[in-house]
Design a protein. Structure first.
Length: 314
């Protein structure tokens, strides 16, 4: 009885979100603006064939970086209010270093997220949003056609998203395990793209964890497509222990940043991560210290100072 009630509740919410998603995408399309849903409802359709078979909490849309200002203004016409208020210099910098804006809607807070990148820039995993749009496929959400990333792109995106959050939710692994079982995935392309992005280790760890916890099979084709990595197995065991424990990572902690560096197989990517992390200020620095516009470049020193304070104590 409780399970049936939970299903009905989720179905009702999914229908409300699908109606809102269609309204947003249609409104943007009428103004010549593209947006791709890729989690939530879209993921439920792609992986399970039914929006009611996966819980969805909000609407996530991928958009091109150049379209962000126009799309932000356009969704305001639908009653959405941004959670972020930035000055012109701050917004210019944030569009280069950040990755999303969250909006409150009439149906609830943080209902809509516009994402012009998969991760913040300091993670040094540089997906091309333009190429994601070029490789997009079409799906139907509540009978309404719209674009979403290809399954190959989706696998890579879901893996780095899970890694960013240290695989903290089992549903993310369930989604990835379901996608791993798709019979028509181009694993040769996935392996090549993972190598280009420097995320082969992240991909391997995710699959090993899914295999251990969910019995997701890893085929010989997958093994042949991914470079060997002795560190992946030990890191996967560490991640599994974390998942089943009560421990949680503070994403502002030194331990978290060290783990993110260990997840990268190439020394150059670890260096890029550390360099960008240290020298890329963001909203927390802008709110902590008020500098006049002409001194805006000095925020990188504010960033360095705040990082040093976290690492070595005040």
């Amino acid at each position: 009885m409780k399970l049936r009630q939970a299903f009905q509740t989720n179905l009702h919410k999914s229908l409300l979100l699908s109606r809102e998603l269609i309204r947003i995408v249609d409104h943007l399309s009428a103004r010549g603006l593209d947006a791709m849903p890729y989690k939530g409802l879209a993921l439920a359709e792609v992986l399970y064939g039914d929006i009611a078979l996966r819980q969805s909490g909000d609407i996530d849309l991928l958009v091109r970086p150049r379209d962000v200002p126009r799309i932000r203004d356009t969704v305001r016409e639908l009653g959405y209010t941004s959670n972020t208020t930035l000055t012109a210099p701050q917004e210019c910098a944030y569009l280069k270093s950040g990755y999303e804006y969250a909006f409150d809607g009439v149906a609830g807070p943080n209902l809509l997220e516009l994402q012009w990148a998969i991760l913040p820039r300091f993670y040094a995993v540089d997906f091309s949003m333009e190429e994601l749009f070029q490789r997009a496929t079409t799906l139907s959400v509540a009978g309404h056609p719209m674009c979403t990333p290809s399954r190959e792109d989706l696998l890579l995106v879901l893996c780095v998203h899970a890694a960013k959050h240290v695989w903290g939710r089992l549903v993310w692994l369930c989604d990835i395990a379901q996608l791993m079982n798709a019979p028509d995935l181009n694993w040769k392309w996935i392996g090549a793209q993972a190598r280009d992005l420097g995320i082969v280790r992240i991909l391997r760890i995710t699959m090993l964890v899914a295999k251990c916890l969910l019995r997701a099979p890893i085929s010989a084709e997958v093994e042949q497509s991914l470079s060997a990595d002795a560190e992946a197995a030990s890191l996967a065991e560490e991640v599994q222990r974390y998942i089943i424990s009560d421990h949680s990572y503070n994403t502002d902690s030194t331990a978290y940043f060290r783990l993110m560096m260990r997840l990268r197989e190439r020394r150059t990517d670890r260096w890029r991560f550390a360099h960008r992390l240290a020298l890329t200020p963001g909203p927390s620095e802008w709110s902590a210290v008020r500098l006049p516009r002409q001194l805006f470049p000095l925020y990188r020193f504010v960033r360095l100072s705040r990082l040093a304070s976290r690492m070595f104590g005040k």
